[in-house]
Design a protein around this ligand. Structure first.
Ligand code: BT5
Length: 256
């Protein structure tokens, strides 16, 4: 009998009780020339980061981790890594809990709430990079998963923890192992076969495809029907004026 262990992601795991942000710790490793696959995990983040300078609430009970990667890609391809990370989390949660899980482009993992009428954010993914003109030097992908932690009241309209839906504390170790295994599997597969197989699975879990969406991008708002997610992780939207290719933004699904 052979045991499948992670081959790249999780080769080295550094565990902390409290950090400002696991992203910053991972950046230090990268700058010190560490090999890809190193994982930084913390019980508490005092300055957890979201995209565009936002805060990520990270109290005890969640899984807050960052992975150092050195993929051979161009800066334009970095959103692919975000997709791979969020797909890994989504699959891990689905396997462990049997909950209904969806991916909200570009970086959210959602689960169905107890009422059953809506999906809320259980995980956010943040990918940061240091790059030359044509080649990425390294990528830090941060995964923040609400497992057994409390969600502050102001966030509860949109955010949820696994504990809240399942009604019990979840084994974080088990979930962590699954997340790293899946991330490893998809990352290795990406190196061998590119994005096509990953995209297929990602599309299958998408919360936005075929829906009417409103996307808030830096400086503008785009409204239309989400048609597809392309090889580069961009969202293709059918608007009144034609088709738009959106690289990043905050999506709201328009209920009709
Ligand atoms: C994200 O940003 O969703 C990326 C979050 C990445 C967090 C991980 S934790 C490990 C690693 N270390 C870090 O410092 N960060 C990464 P964004 O899409 O911009 O969403 C941020 C917004 O989500 C905030 O402005 C809040 O409205 C909301 N939010 C904050 N904390 C949350 C939480 N714990 N659960 C759900 N939503 C939250």
């Amino acid at each position: 009998v052979s045991i499948q262990v992670s081959r790249i992601i999780g080769r080295k795991i550094f565990h902390y009780v409290r950090v400002t942000s696991t992203q910053d710790k991972a950046k230090k490793l990268a700058e010190n020339g560490f090999a890809e696959g190193a994982v930084i995990i913390a019980e508490i983040q005092t300055q957890g980061k979201g995209r565009l300078g936002r805060r990520w609430v990270s109290p005890r009970g969640g899984i807050w981790l960052s992975v150092l990667l050195r993929p051979e890609i161009t800066p334009m391809e970095v959103p692919k890594i975000t997709m791979i990370g969020s797909l890994a989390v989504a699959k891990a949660i689905a396997e462990l809990t049997r909950l209904e899980v969806k991916l909200k482009w570009p970086n959210d993992v959602l689960i169905r709430t107890i009422s059953g009428f809506e999906f809320k954010k259980v995980c956010g993914v943040l990918t940061e990079m240091v790059s030359g003109v044509s080649r990425v030097n390294y990528v830090i992908t941060g995964l923040g998963i609400n497992v057994n932690n409390r969600i502050p009241a102001p966030l509860r309209a949109k955010a949820i923890s696994l504990k809240e839906v399942t009604g019990r504390n979840l084994p974080r170790q088990k979930l962590l192992r699954k997340v790293l295994e899946k991330f490893d599997k998809y990352y290795l597969n990406f190196g061998k076969q590119g994005m096509a197989p990953i995209l297929k699975e990602y599309r299958g879990m998408s919360a936005v495809l075929r829906r009417e969406v409103k996307i808030e991008c830096p400086g503008r708002i785009i409204k239309g029907k989400a048609l597809d997610i392309d090889e580069y992780g961009a969202l293709i939207v059918k608007t009144q004026g034609g088709k738009e290719r959106v690289i990043a933004g905050d999506v709201t699904i328009v209920k009709r």
